[in-house]
Design a protein around this ligand. Structure first.
Ligand SMILES: Nc1ncnc2c1ncn2[C@@H]1O[C@H](COP(=O)(O)OP(=O)(O)O)[C@@H](O)[C@H]1O
Ligand SMILES: [Mg+2]
Length: 279
């Protein structure tokens, strides 16, 4: 059971990058229980890398990450395995194994993390596929179903062990708007019915407005978080020119870094504004 007092995720003074290549410097934010939290930002700003830090695949250069109040430390195998079991992850691209059926793909984490007999594993995989609207497609190969169905199956695999926190890296990339909206509904359902905390990387505005309780925006130039709040609030009230233009889908003429130094108005207290947790 999650501890309701601690946030689901706390990122504390995190600096991340690879060697001398720093992507983000001294960032803080929290993700609350049962929140749908969106991470957005331009290509290459470090969204996927940030997710990989949160799930412990990369080590921070400085700072720490706490999951339900517990420091994430992949070197401590026992606590790390425990934390890992509370995660469901769909990586960018969401790749299923092409030679396995949808049910076999979903069964993989169940086989890896439980001692259930073969038939029970199969049954559970089928239940998970049913949950994402794929009943009747259990024995299909990924190449035999649509892109949207592949994404659903990848989500079913991430949900296989009933995670407390679901991480989705660009789940609607490459999908048509209707399929993408259907995926939004699935994410909302998972969040509302099962109470799953969802962390999504996305830059699809309609999707962000449809599902996000809160969004943060990463900025490559300043290596920082330039927005943290309810997307509707950011659209209507953000004083940061780049953030304002993004949420209002307007072309942004000056580069974000220039706008920041020109306006010099990036008071960290300006972030969040009572809408969720200030970073
Ligand atoms: N394992 C790695 N080693 C070195 N550089 C990496 C590694 N993973 C990602 N990068 C670099 O970090 C930057 C951010 O990557 P990424 O997090 O994938 O961006 P985003 O998901 O925001 O598009 C990119 O320049 C990428 O090339
Ligand atoms: Mg990415």
């Amino acid at each position: 059971m999650p501890d309701p007092i601690c946030p689901a995720i706390e990122v504390r003074n995190l600096t991340m990058g690879f060697g001398s290549f720093i992507l983000l410097e001294n960032i803080h934010f929290t993700v609350n229980h049962q929140e749908i939290f969106v991470i957005l930002g331009g290509s290459g700003c470090g969204k996927s890398t940030l997710l990989k830090h949160i799930i412990g695949l990369h080590r921070p250069l400085a700072g720490e990450i706490l999951i339900q109040g517990q420091p994430m430390n992949p070197q401590d195998q026992e606590s790390y395995q425990h934390i890992l079991q509370s995660f469901g992850v769909m990586y960018q691209g969401g790749a299923l194994l092409g030679s396995m059926t949808l049910a076999e793909n979903v069964a993989l984490p169940i086989e890896a993390y439980t001692d259930l007999p073969k038939q029970a594993v199969r049954d559970l995989a089928c239940i998970k596929l049913q949950q994402v609207g794929l009943m009747g497609f259990e024995n299909h190969l990924p190449m035999e179903v649509s892109g949207g169905m592949n994404k659903r199956a990848a989500i079913a695999r991430a949900l296989a062990l009933d995670p407390a926190i679901l991480f989705l890296d660009e789940p609607s990339a490459g999908l048509d708007p209707i399929t993408s909206a259907e995926l939004d509904n699935l994410i909302l359902e998972i969040n509302q019915i099962q109470g799953t905390t969802v962390v999504v990387v996305s830059h699809e505005l309609p999707s962000i407005f449809a599902i996000a309780h809160r969004a943060i925006m990463l900025d490559k130039q300043t290596r920082s978080i330039i927005a943290n709040g309810d997307p509707g609030w950011l659209r209507d009230h953000s004083e940061h020119p780049f953030v304002h233009d993004f949420f209002n889908r307007k072309p942004s003429v000056p580069h974000p870094s220039e706008t920041i130094s020109a306006h010099n108005s990036m008071n960290p207290n300006d972030l969040g504004h009572g809408h969720g947790t200030a970073p």
